[in-house]
Design a protein around this ligand. Structure first.
Ligand code: ATP
Length: 295
């Protein structure tokens, strides 16, 4: 009996571990309640990133068939550039990030990376090529070192520390009693929103993917923290193709291009200066935000 028990016990442990890590992953992306609905096409090849040109081509999407969210969104992010998407709450900005990471498949049109439809390549290769700094980073109940190294399994302590330094979280970690071995998350040391986002940036820096998604936190950080995170993000995005989902306009001023989304449609696009001169929706949003900041 023991011969049967041991492997079964092992399988049980393995099952729990896999289930736990899937749960953590789901939590990271806030999708706990959803079943996976995308699958690899049979015999799908790996994504081959050459320059890193990203295109949304006439993308349509609905979470529920009777309530379309995106109505033909098209824009390009040239290799190595940063494009910011702005628009009112509910315009569909974060949905673009979810589609790019293939949590859902588009219902019309396509998303391509260097000409390859992301539905035609393996999800594993797609997700290896993309680094996400999500809105609300959920950390694993594990050490802060583990949480950063998660970006590149097998990364050594030196690499983890270098990424933490670049994300300006090293000094904070070093000041905790157990340093990189300090357990964080729900059952450990609680980090502030800004600290968690820095851990996520460090994780992404370590992963060093050619494509970056930054979904800005909806909950505002204090302005010093916000400026610091923006600076770290800017250096992280250097030379990468980056999609920034901006919930505040201060983040987007330096983007190569700004796409204004309204009701699931692109209504304007251009640089900050161009859009201000155009005097449309963006200029109006900017004016309101400036007035709000001064109030
Ligand atoms: P915000 O700036 O407030 O984050 P957003 O522009 O990023 O807004 P999305 O999160 O993309 O907006 O949401 C677009 C629309 O899709 C909203 O009306 C939202 O209610 C709806 N939506 C988002 N996620 C889901 C979901 N999982 N199931 C059904 N509807 C959803």
């Amino acid at each position: 009996l023991i011969q049967l028990y041991m492997p079964l016990n092992f399988l049980g442990v393995l099952y729990r571990e896999i289930k736990q890590s899937l749960t953590d992953l789901d939590k990271v992306f806030g999708l706990l309640e959803r079943e996976r609905e995308v699958a690899d096409a049979p015999g799908a090849p790996e994504l081959a990133v050459r320059q890193g040109v990203l295109r949304f081509e006439d993308v349509h999407f609905a979470y529920d068939a009777n309530r379309p969210i995106l109505h033909g969104v098209s824009f390009e992010i040239p290799a190595g550039q940063t494009v910011a998407v702005v628009g009112a709450s509910g315009a569909g900005k974060s949905t673009l990030a979810r589609l790019l990471y293939r949590f859902y498949d588009v219902s019309g049109g396509r998303i391509t990376i260097d000409g390859q439809d992301i539905r035609q390549v393996t999800q594993g290769s797609l997700r290896r090529a993309i680094g996400i700094v999500p809105q609300d980073t959920v950390l694993f109940n594990d050490t802060v070192g583990y949480n950063i190294a998660y970006g590149r399994p097998g990364a050594g302590r030196d690499a983890v520390e270098a990424a933490a330094r670049a994300a300006h979280i090293h000094d904070f970690i070093a000041a905790t009693p157990k340093g990189y071995d300090t357990v964080v998350g729900e059952r450990g040391l609680k980090l502030s929103g800004g600290e968690k986002q820095r851990v996520a940036i460090a994780r992404t820096l370590l992963k060093n993917p050619p494509i970056l998604i930054f979904d800005e936190a909806t909950s505002a950080l204090d302005s010093a923290n916000e400026r610091a995170i923006q600076a770290e993000l800017k250096s992280a995005a250097q030379g990468k193709t980056a999609l920034v989902i901006a919930h505040r306009l201060s983040t987007v001023v330096d983007a190569h291009n700004i796409v204004v989304l309204d009701g699931g449609r692109v209504v304007e696009s251009g640089s900050h200066t161009e859009l201000l001169a155009y005097g449309g929706k963006y200029a109006e949003m900017w004016r309101l935000q400036q007035a709000g900041d001064q109030a």
